[in-house]
Design a protein around this ligand. Structure first.
Ligand code: C2E
Ligand code: CA
Ligand code: CA
Ligand code: CA
Length: 278
């Protein structure tokens, strides 16, 4: 056979073939992951910067893969979105999060709120049954405000998703704009939609020092949000210095390794008990 024929680009190289096979394998595994109970949620505290108390948590999904170990969402959420599995996955995450909120509202704080990440694909799909979400809220005797949906700016651009969003808000769920400042932000969305929280992306918090453009941007975002009646969560706070600057700027909530990495439900309870006793 000719080694480098003219048509060589029409064929998979062994490498590409292996990649495609690994992908198919992972899709198959993901289909089974839910029934095999391999998925779990980790919770990262969201701290009230005025009181220092943990008032909320963000649920972050993990996949305990039988042979590959613990996989991060970046390693399987995109796949779940491409294959439509995100709908089933998202419904499972929502139900889990609601059960956890109900439990922590009894044991930790009657106003406790958990936020979950929702992808545009999931929100637009007809398989995402909002009536089911309502049924779970009812069964657990939870008000809509027990759950916040984290959405990205891109969702607000699609007609279908923005309709869904209105339906979600009419159920009383709160809405948090994730990774603020990194997408194609158009400030007019803040006027058009009733956003409850704005999450300043980690990239703005990373190199926060007086005089830096990130410092100016954080200050301005907080000021603008407050004038619009929106509360602000700063993401990716790792150091005491970052924490101090954000407190001084009047930021409402903080999240990041300075307080805790995402942890299991048990660890989360110990964390809250420790912090609130201190
Ligand atoms: P995100 O929504 O921006 O979540 C925050 C990510 O930053 C999390 O990574 C978290 O562990 C990490 N993080 C938190 N604090 C710090 C910090 O102080 N420093 C640094 N360097 N990182 C910090 P994770 O858990 O790997 O999640 C990555 C992304 O995957 C999330 O980004 C979110 O977009 C997506 N994701 C996670 N869970 C779900 C889910 O249940 N559904 C959907 N659709 N997407 C999810
Ligand atoms: Ca998020
Ligand atoms: Ca984020
Ligand atoms: Ca509002």
């Amino acid at each position: 056979a000719k080694k480098f024929g003219r048509n060589r680009y029409h064929y998979f190289t062994p490498d590409m073939q292996a990649q495609a096979q690994a992908r198919m394998q992972r899709i198959g595994d993901l289909r089974l992951a839910l029934s095999r109970r391999e998925l779990c949620l980790r919770y990262q505290p969201i701290v009230d910067l005025r009181s220092g108390k943990i008032r909320k948590a963000e649920a972050l999904v993990r996949w305990q893969h039988p042979s590959l170990g613990l996989l991060s969402p970046q390693e399987f959420i995109p796949l779940a979105e491409e294959t439509g599995l995100i709908v089933e996955l998202g419904n499972w995450i929502c139900e889990q999060a609601l059960e956890q909120t109900a439990s922590w509202r009894r044991t930790l704080d009657p106003a406790f709120q958990i936020s979950i990440n929702t992808s545009p694909v999931q929100l637009c799909d007809n398989g995402t049954r909002l009536d089911a979400w309502l049924t779970w809220l009812d069964r657990l005797q939870l008000p809509g405000s027990a759950l916040a949906l984290e959405i990205t700016e891109s969702i607000l651009m699609s007609e279908a998703a923005s309709e869904r969003l209105l339906a979600i808000q009419s159920m009383g769920l709160e809405v948090s704009l994730d990774d603020f400042g990194t997408g194609y932000s158009t400030l007019s969305y803040l006027k058009k939609f009733d956003i409850d929280y704005l999450k300043i992306d980690r990239s703005f918090v990373q190199s926060l020092s007086p005089g830096s453009s990130d410092f100016v941007l954080c200050e301005a975002i907080i000021l603008m949000a407050h004038k619009l009646g929106i509360q602000v969560v700063a993401e990716g706070i790792e150091t005491d210095t970052q924490h101090r600057y954000l407190v001084e700027m009047g930021c409402d909530y903080g999240q990041g390794y300075r307080y805790s990495k995402p942890v299991s439900a048990d660890e989360f309870e110990r964390l809250v008990a420790g912090i609130h006793r201190a």
